[in-house]
Design a protein around this ligand. Structure first.
Ligand code: FAD
Length: 264
């Protein structure tokens, strides 16, 4: 299998750097091909702007979606964007690895998503009408591929538990797992999270590495989070509200996960 690991940490000698090196070597040891996009090392341009098209429309107002679509469809994207899209198409699985910074991914990785996920590539795909809001949420360009987050956090696991003060980890990661990965079609595996990352010694690091190794070994067999598919009949047309008979009486992010995950 082919794995793309997109990695965001500025310091190679960090905990994240050590886990990244371990992941690459474990995957390769298992016979997989691995590509790493080390965003800081690449000097990744994090901001989406008019310079992302090699043929900007001189007299027109910059339109982030439409200009990206034109550049994508006419082969006029900056080479760094096109290269990352090629890697995504090449890969059978994507790993996004990052330290949790302000409850989300570091800005450089958000910028990777904004620029690489061009209109026509990751969104704006398929029929758009009052009865079909595109091929997304389980369908799209990246359908059939798997994705998983590897994330480290300073907070304790209990802080991210269902009643923890930071909010449940599944809710915090929902915009990434559902909005960024499931949206263009990835099947999203449960995240691998390391809590209280600042308190790491040799023994704990060995345990974390062993657990991560197991998750990497089972990437192809682990059941994905059963997010509900947009075009699978669970949502009313055209409101795209979840049908009243599904998760009755409930609201919130968890209703977009089917019964299998709710029970696990
Ligand atoms: P490092 O600081 O590199 O290392 C952590 C520990 O692991 C250290 O004790 C180090 O000695 C040890 N270690 C490193 N390498 C090894 C190795 N090879 N073997 C054994 N031990 C090793 N946390 C939250 O929970 N929520 C937030 O919203 C949040 N926001 C943040 C925002 C910012 C801007 C910053 C800077 C931090 C934030 N944090 C937050 C904390 C952050 O998530 C952690 O600092 C980060 O996950 C730790 O990962 P690291 O790779 O930077 O670890």
């Amino acid at each position: 299998m082919k794995v793309l690991l997109v990695y965001a940490h500025p310091e190679p000698r960090s905990l994240n750097g050590a886990l990244r090196d371990f992941a690459v070597s474990r995957l390769r040891g298992n016979g997989h091909e691995v590509e790493v996009s080390d965003l800081y090392a690449m000097g990744w341009k994090a901001v989406l702007d008019a310079g992302d098209s090699l043929a900007p429309r001189a007299s027109a107002r910059f339109d982030p979606s439409e200009d990206a679509r034109r550049a994508y469809e006419t082969g006029m994207q900056r080479a760094d964007i096109a290269r990352e899209q090629e890697k995504l198409l090449w890969a059978d699985a994507l790993i996004l690895q990052f330290p949790l910074w302000w409850f989300s991914m570091p800005a450089i990785m958000k910028g990777w998503v904004e620029r690489v996920y061009a209109c026509g590539f990751a969104y704006g795909v398929g029929e758009h009408s009052d009865t079909h809001w595109g091929d997304r949420y389980g369908e799209g360009t990246l359908a059939g591929k798997r994705a998983m987050l590897v994330v480290t956090a300073g907070g304790w696991e209990s802080h991210y538990a269902p009643r923890g003060i930071n909010g449940p980890i599944g809710d915090l990661l929902f915009p990434i797992q559902h909005g960024t990965l499931f949206y263009p079609g990835f099947q999203v595996l449960p995240p691998f999270a390391v809590y209280r990352a600042g308190r790491m010694d040799g023994a704990r690091f060995a345990r974390v590495r062993a657990e991560l190794g197991q998750r990497l070994d089972s990437m192809w067999t682990t059941a994905p989070i059963p997010f509900r598919r947009q075009n699978g009949g669970a949502y009313e047309i055209p409101s795209l509200a979840l049908r009243a008979d599904l998760a009755p009486g409930r609201s919130g992010l968890g209703i977009h996960v089917g019964e299998q995950a709710a029970a696990s």
